[in-house]
Design a protein around this ligand. Structure first.
Ligand code: SAH
Ligand code: SF4
Length: 403
């Protein structure tokens, strides 16, 4: 038996048998500037000997070098005195996760496997589209939740990413896209990395503070300056933290809804046993939307014969009545040993049609980067994949025992 059988998935505890790994500090006593909030950066500069009176100005200057120009070397910060640059270089570093592999899909999607302190790995995915581009960012190594259709949920090693490791994903993608401005060249206004979705590995609301700090850094007008509406946080439904998205980050909210009865949602998204549909919907009705035009995205993965009937579509529309919403239908993406199948295309269209006729936008998400296992729910670190293979749980064996 293995941990992918429906029986196990149904009985899965809300918090799985995971190994939470301590955050190993990097082998340097220098402080990494990446991921510090402005206030934290100010404190750190003062501790390092910056006179208090100058601290605010220095924060502004360094911030611009790091987050506007993408500079990684203190020696290049030419509006700072040489001695001060030397002091910074002695006490601080500008460090990003290390890119282990970079894969490019036939459709242009790029997947980065990144190594972070302690040798752990996460993935980030860049999805180019007409006139825009979205980076799918991870918030944890693995995930403590065990959604039965999600590859990340089968990963046993879990640790929260730091704010620096989350911002670092954005900075690395901009490096790879060559998107930092060149001095003297005006901006064309069009961005290759124009949107961020917190839809990679992990449950962002179980790492709220780091996710918030990272997104506020990314939003900061004197740096990367992404508008708040261009950032979407997806949660499986950590109800007590949901309102904080609007209050503290100001981003867009997406909910991994996926089912229209508690019975089915308990199986697909086990956190439903803690906060069920009624509780979740009440929190969404109370959600402190920052403007009237903002809608909550309901993500709905299309699983053949599990949650894709006409009755489901009608129940879905009824449940979310009164909530400004759009519904994003996600054709299920398979992974080795996954216990479900994707709904047929005609079924997905029929489902979308019912929702559309009820007055909701119901886009069907085109799977991107499937050939490099970069599509929604396929992420899992390469070492974990290898570990599973070594322990003899072959993909085929897993599939055979589940379907
Ligand atoms: N943990 C967060 C964000 C990461 S998952 C959450 O669950 O919302 C991003 C989206 O992909 C979620 O809606 C998730 O349910 C969906 N997803 C997970 N596995 C999938 C799969 N195999 N195929 C399609 N979508 C999947
Ligand atoms: Fe975690 Fe989201 Fe995957 Fe569920 S769908 S296991 S919450 S990453």
């Amino acid at each position: 038996m293995n941990d992918l059988t429906p029986a196990r998935a149904v009985a899965a505890p809300i918090t799985q048998d995971v190994m939470t790994i301590p955050r190993k500090l990097p082998e340097t006593d220098k402080v990494n500037l990446v991921g510090l909030t402005r206030a934290q950066l100010r404190e750190a500069l003062i501790t390092a000997g910056t006179p208090e009176k100058q601290a605010k100005m220095r924060v502004g200057q360094i911030w611009q070098w790091v987050y506007y120009w993408g500079v990684r070397d203190f020696a290049l910060m030419t509006n700072l005195a040489k001695d001060y640059r030397a002091l910074l270089a002695a006490k601080f570093e500008i460090a990003l996760p290390e890119i282990v592999t970079r894969q490019v899909s036939a459709d242009g999607t790029r997947k980065y496997l990144l190594r972070i302190a302690g040798g752990h790995e996460v993935e980030a995915v860049y999805i180019p589209e007409e006139g825009r581009g979205t980076l799918c960012v991870s918030s944890q190594v693995g995930c403590t939740l065990t959604c039965s259709f999600c590859h990340t949920g089968t990963q046993k090693l879990v640790r929260n990413l730091t704010a620096g490791e989350i911002v670092g994903q954005v900075m690395l993608a901009r490096d790879d896209l060559g998107e930092w401005p060149e001095p003297g060249q005006g901006s064309t206004g069009e961005r290759l990395l124009s949107n961020i979705v917190l839809m990679g590995m992990g449950e962002p609301l179980y790492n709220f503070d780091a996710v918030r700090d990272a997104m506020l850094i990314v939003r900061d007008d004197e740096g990367i300056a992404l508008g708040r509406r261009r950032i979407t946080l997806s949660t499986s439904g950590v109800v007590p933290e949901i309102a904080r998205c609007a209050e503290e980050i100001g981003c867009q909210l997406a909910i991994s809804f996926h089912a229209t009865t508690d019975e089915v949602r308990d199986k697909l998204v086990p956190i439903n046993k803690k906060w069920n549909l009624a509780t979740l919907l009440a929190a969404l009705r109370d959600y402190p939307r920052l403007s009237n035009s903002e809608r909550i995205t309901f993500e709905y993965v299309m699983l053949k014969d599990v949650n894709d009937s006409d009755a489901d579509a009608r129940r879905l529309v009824k449940l979310i009545q009164g909530i400004p919403a759009k519904i994003n239908l996600i054709p299920f993406n398979e992974w080795p040993g996954s216990p479900y199948e994707r709904s047929d295309w005609e079924r997905i269209e029929a489902f979308a049609d019912i929702i559309y006729k009820a007055g909701y936008a119901s886009p069907i998400r085109t799977p991107r980067g499937e050939d490099i296992m970069a599509a929604c729910g396929q992420l899992k670190s390469a070492t974990e994949r290898a570990r599973r293979q070594k322990t003899g749980v072959s993909a085929q064996a897993a599939a055979d025992s589940t379907v």
